[in-house]
Design a protein around this ligand. Structure first.
Ligand code: ZDP
Length: 278
């Protein structure tokens, strides 16, 4: 099987072409092995991409634990660059079919090469049952009890669930200990991605992430979008901010006119190769 390794701010993916959305089913049993950083290729996720009947392309992602999330922000920037530079796309605007619905990346060129990608990540989902999150009422400043203490969280879905906690000192947060418990908390019937955020200003946030199905990663695009939305809902940020991640920075805007979230950041190649699945 041929593959290309790409990453968005160090959140890395194995990109594999499949003939159809359905054909990507055959990849899921191999995700754990292929993503293993010792016995496989090594990545945070496995991404299937190909031509779609209604949209320009489709994208399916499998986390390194083999689970299939609805959406992927760093990954969609990678497949946008991949499809553009393969010559699959006319122009710079791409329509992508995902499990979360249609998403619309736009490649940004310098000297004919993709320098960055701006993705319309759609509207944030703020209805508790659709995140999904147990209980009733607001999704802002919700008390969450864990074995490691009480948290005040804000939940946002970008097609996939995110649980955001604001902290005073990001470097003091035990990401793995808190993140792994909250990921599997009963409050989140589909589990959740877990973000910890320190606010530097109304236009600058630091975010660290424990990802559902992947653990600590260097960056999470959907998580950065959810972080900005949560910061606005808590009146801690304006509608446009830089989100600093371990792997680098993303520019996130929650547009007040169309209620859609826009994410801009890089997508980079690492290497290509072949691997024998058997
Ligand atoms: O929702 C989830 O299970 C995430 N782990 C999916 C991957 C999210 C990603 N890191 C991103 O950038 O949004 C690819």
């Amino acid at each position: 099987m041929e593959f290309v390794k790409m990453h968005g701010l160090g959140n890395d993916f194995i990109i594999v072409e499949t003939d159809s959305w359905k054909d990507a089913d055959q990849l899921q049993p191999h995700a754990q092995y292929l993503c293993d950083r010792h016995t496989g290729i090594g990545a945070d996720g496995l991404v299937a991409v190909g031509h779609d009947e209604k949209m320009d392309i489709f994208m399916r992602i499998f986390n390194s634990d083999g689970s299939e999330p609805e959406m992927c922000g760093n990954g969609i920037r990678c497949v946008a660059r991949y499809a553009y530079e393969k010559g699959w796309i006319e122009g710079e605007n791409i329509s992508v079919r995902t499990l979360a619905g249609a998403r619309y990346p736009q490649v940004e060129l310098i000297d004919g090469r993709v320098a960055s990608v701006c993705v319309d990540m759609g509207q944030p989902v703020l209805e508790r049952q659709l995140i999904p999150m147990q209980g009733e009422g607001s999704i802002v400043k919700v008390p969450l009890t864990t074995s490691q203490g009480e948290f005040e969280i804000t939940a946002v879905s970008m097609g996939n669930p995110h649980c955001i906690t604001f902290v005073n000192d990001i470097n003091s947060v035990p990401i793995a200990a808190w993140g792994s418990e909250i990921e599997n908390h009963a409050m989140f019937p589909a589990k959740t991605n877990v973000e910890f955020v320190q606010v530097l200003s109304r236009n600058e946030l630091i975010m660290r992430v424990w990802e559902r199905g992947a653990g600590i990663t260097l960056a999470c695009g959907t998580g950065a979008c959810a972080t900005l939305v949560a910061a606005v809902l808590n009146d801690l940020s304006d509608h446009k901010a830089i989100v600093h991640l371990l792997g680098g920075d993303l520019l996130i805007e929650w547009n007040e006119e169309d209620n859609r979230v826009y994410m801009t950041g890089p997508a980079q190649y690492v290497f290509s190769g072949t691997i024998d699945l058997d």
